[in-house]
Design a protein around this ligand. Structure first.
Ligand code: NDP
Length: 334
């Protein structure tokens, strides 16, 4: 069949995020559309097929997913499983010759991240991580402020992302360390990524502390994590994340003023203000649709995506250093 103009996306893992944000977002995109699904839950198939007109030939299980190699209608696989499975399914997708979009946190450790990057390079496919914020206009504005030193040189960063909630089901992967659960993997990557994109720098040392208050729920993972990132020029970013406290801010202090985004990582309503009274009002567009269109366009035009695999790797390196720092009580040099 002649390839249609839009690129075809297959979602891998039909959970909360795929159902609530990505599939609806793919109804709004110009450069890609939902054409396939990969699921381990047969009972989900009829509803998805009906709602999104997905033909039988584009429905896969994790066991048959590699056969997507023979399916010209699928250009991209988007991995939306628990983090511990991101590497496995991203690599299957790359080896099937498909471009790979992989959700945050990229994978469990640096080795897994590198194996995804390696598989994408070997198979000459694009790899991008599902960080939404770098596609968001106000976020792009503050990235530019940092780069152009609009308010002078950055002197410090303070950032946090967390929600006050609960995961009562003991099988919920967010409670299970080996599945990639815990506040740091789930939410902590937002302030880590935020400190990195705001400063445009990579930290040289990391300190962290992790703990749980509701031990009955979070005995296996962190409910809270606090950390500091030390950047090469002496700038320090203070970060926090949790499952037990609602926080959502990215505050930047500079030699000649300040600016901040509050909230900085919500699906909508990301907005900012600056020390000279500039307002950065919320952008009304569907964030995930914009992200996926940008990423599809990068594939079509054969240019680097906004969030390459290396960006996910850099965050996971910091996540692991924070965990090591908390475990050993020492400052970890990167
Ligand atoms: P859910 O638990 O709601 O869904 C995960 C899905 O993965 C399941 O429904 C299941 O789909 C599939 N899956 C495959 N193997 C397993 C397994 N062993 N255990 C559990 N599920 C499995 O999680 P979310 O949708 O909230 O999160 C999925 C990913 O998306 C995570 O990496 C998360 O960090 C990321 N995410 C990103 C967001 C963002 O803003 N960028 C927001 C929310 C989540 P099936 O039944 O079809 O096989």
């Amino acid at each position: 069949p002649k390839k249609r103009e839009k690129l075809g996306v297959a979602l891998v893992g039909l959970g909360g995020y795929a159902t609530g944000r990505l599939a609806p977002g793919l109804q709004l995109t110009e450069h890609c559309e939902l054409r396939g699904i990969v699921t381990g839950s047969p009972e989900k198939i009829p509803l998805w097929q009906q709602r999104y007109q997905i033909p039988d030939r584009n429905v896969y299980s994790y066991e048959t997913m590699h056969e997507v190699a023979n399916n010209e209608e699928i250009d991209i696989i988007y991995v939306v499983t628990p983090p511990a499975l991101h590497a496995r399914y991203s690599i299957i997708g790359a080896e099937a010759g498909k471009h790979v979009w992989c959700e945050k946190p990229m994978a469990m450790d640096e080795q897994e991240c590198l194996s995804i990057i390696d598989a994408a390079e070997k198979n000459r496919v694009q790899l991008t991580i599902g960080y939404r914020m770098q596609h968001e206009p106000n976020t792009q504005t503050i990235i530019r402020y940092g780069r152009e030193e609009t308010y002078g040189a950055i002197t410090s960063v303070s950032t946090g992302a967390g929600y006050s909630g609960a995961h009562p089901d003991p099988d919920n992967w967010r409670r299970i360390g080996r599945m990639g659960g815990g506040a740091l993997y789930d939410m902590g990557v937002y302030p880590i990524n935020g400190a990195r994109y705001a400063t445009g720098m990579e930290p040289i040392a990391v300190s962290g502390r992790q703990w749980s208050v509701r031990e009955e729920m979070y005995s296996d993972v962190d409910e809270f994590t606090e950390f500091t990132l030390e950047f090469p020029n002496g700038v320090v970013a203070a970060g926090e994340t949790s499952f037990g406290k609602s926080t959502n801010y990215l505050d930047i202090d500079c030699s000649d003023g300040w600016y901040r985004l509050r909230p900085f990582q919500s699906y909508s309503g990301v907005q900012g203000e600056t020390s000279d009274g500039t307002q950065l009002p919320p952008d009304p567009n569907h964030q995930q649709a914009r992200q996926m269109d940008n990423d599809a366009l990068a594939i079509k035009e054969n240019r680097a995506p906004i969030v390459p695999g290396e960006d996910g790797l850099a965050d996971i390196r910091i996540v692991r250093a924070i965990m090591e720092s908390s475990r050993t009580g020492s400052r970890i040099e990167l």
